[in-house]
Design a binder for this molecule. Sequence first.
Ligand code: FMN
Length: 180
Amino acid sequence: MLGVVGSAAGGVEALRTGLVEPAIDRGWQVAVTLTPTAGQWLRLTGEAERLEEATGLPVRYEPRLPGDARPHPQVDCYVVAPASANTVAKLAMGLMDNQALTQVGEAIGTLSLPVVVFPRVNAAHARHPAWEHHIEALRSGGVRVVDEPDVWPLYEPREAPAGRDLPWDAVLDAVEASAK
Ligand SMILES: Cc1cc2nc3c(=O)[nH]c(=O)nc-3n(C[C@H](O)[C@H](O)[C@H](O)COP(=O)(O)O)c2cc1C
């Protein structure tokens, strides 16, 4: 069971076709959780419903109420893609103020539960003085951060080539390598 977590960054609209359906094709069962903003984006377009049809599970974007059953089964690996600069920073600092962060934050501290994060950021995000510390903190917690410059070259804000796809294959390869 692969826990796919999407945040409000460019390319999240292709989460189903880029990551979820290819993962299912590779034999994974998939449970999707979105940050509240990503949830709002994907519900507006009907994509959240299509993700539910593809996975056979509800898409989570808010915490359950105490006493409610957990809507997703236990997962064997988490992948956060795309991870906004905001979600990366919160994960690195251990903040868990939404369902997506709660799940992944706990997973980072869970022994033997692999976590892969693809930061979907630009050069300005990466130049923030806290950025390197965030990435180091995640790596020191065993997170596989997909940030190789040949996989995701960083451009200045509004200067990236239009319509570039997220590196979904590299993200899925990192999942499979981590989950071995
Ligand atoms: C159309 C649009 C595209 C965005 N793309 C990105 C992006 O690619 N990377 C990023 O870090 N933030 C991006 N943002 C900003 C985030 O959505 C914003 O920081 C938000 O608070 C992130 O919330 P979340 O991490 O809880 O999903 C974008 C915002 C908008 C409106």
